[in-house]
Design a binder for this molecule. Structure first.
Ligand SMILES: [Zn+2]
Length: 325
């Protein structure tokens, strides 16, 4: 149902964006993108080891980067945002959520064009080398020939639980083994790989909580330990103290923002579909709820790139509404 509504509103938005970009100058802004896993090639998709909803192939990633470079976008790091972004340019920041090993595929492209990206790590996944729950659900349900629509429905139901409850549910249904990665496609970074990855010039690390916690399902003390423990672990492994958080599933509240700021986080990234208006100065603006767009590998990448440059988006309003439901 959700998907159908989205595709119905997306088409007029696409036409509108074409018209808008042809006749008007797009407003200078900061666009943040939310990427997750990267497929090496299309063959990997058919292995059904992960939920492919928000994944793209490494070639699609390449096209996406080249498109925004051609449109004269400046790629920025979280540090650049903290230093303040003036309003005379168009900016873009790349973010990757979760901490998939396959994020390595982005490295040659980042190096080639000298562009930074921010990688949000769920630290228990690295520590315990376990799969992400939505991938386990997808892999096991697809095996039993359950439809994608039904999987999505079950996934949404589980989002009202804590990650610990979800894992318990998965173990009861599919056994302890289900948590173990099956290949490089569905696994997180190892400790050593993360350490090596963090040394790369264009790699920035961020907090994605200890156990990919949808923080609005947790108590005050649990919220604190989810964020603090992730900070500590990332520091322990890499010597880096993250200054940014990506709220898992995009869920945040005034309390979550307050706690994050007390811990020393200066940038909070949501999943609200919007451009971020300039100037951005963390001392003036509240940078704790920055908007961010998803890319979908099953739709045309360039069309999506155009869509997100437009300043008139009906679809985004629907997307924000649907994200909240
Ligand atoms: Zn995530």
């Amino acid at each position: 149902m959700k998907k159908r509504i989205i595709s119905l509103v997306k088409l007029p938005d696409l036409i509108l964006s074409e018209i808008y970009l042809r006749f008007f100058q797009e407003k200078n802004s900061l666009i943040i993108f939310n990427l997750h896993g990267l497929f090496y090639n299309k063959k990997e998709i058919n292995q059904n080891l992960v939920d492919p909803q928000t994944w793209i192939t490494k070639d699609q990633f390449h096209h996406f980067i080249e498109y925004y470079l051609k449109q004269n976008y400046t790629f920025v790091s979280p540090n650049d945002i903290l230093n303040g972004l003036s309003n005379d340019k168009k900016y873009i920041m790349l973010t990757f959520d979760d901490g998939y090993y396959n994020n390595n595929y982005a490295l040659p492209i980042l190096k080639k064009y000298q562009i930074p990206a921010l990688f949000f790590i769920s630290t228990n996944h690295v520590k315990q080398n376990k799969c992400f729950w939505w991938d386990i659900l997808y892999r096991e349900r697809i095996k039993s020939r359950i439809s994608k629509k039904e999987i999505l429905y079950e996934q949404n139901l589980l989002k009202s639980k804590t990650s610990e409850e979800i894992e318990k549910y998965l173990i009861e249904k599919f056994g302890e083994e289900a948590l173990k990665p099956k290949s490089d496609i569905d696994r997180p970074f190892t400790k050593t790989e993360l350490k090596e990855f963090s040394k790369e010039k264009y790699v920035f690390l961020g907090n994605h909580t200890k156990n990919h916690a949808i923080l609005t399902n947790y108590s005050t003390n649990e919220i604190k330990s989810q964020i603090i423990d992730a900070q500590k672990y990332i520091y322990e492994i890499t010597g880096i103290t993250p200054i940014a958080i990506s709220y898992p599933n995009g869920n945040y509240s005034d309390e979550i923002i307050k706690i994050s700021k007390e811990i020393g986080i200066k940038l909070g990234i949501t999943t609200e579909y919007r451009k971020n208006k300039l100037p951005i100065d963390h001392k003036i603006n509240n940078c704790m709820y920055l908007g961010r767009f998803d890319l979908s590998g099953s739709n045309n990448i360039i069309n999506q790139c155009k869509l997100f440059r437009s300043d008139i988006l009906i679809y985004t309003r629907f997307q924000n509404f649907l994200n909240k439901t």
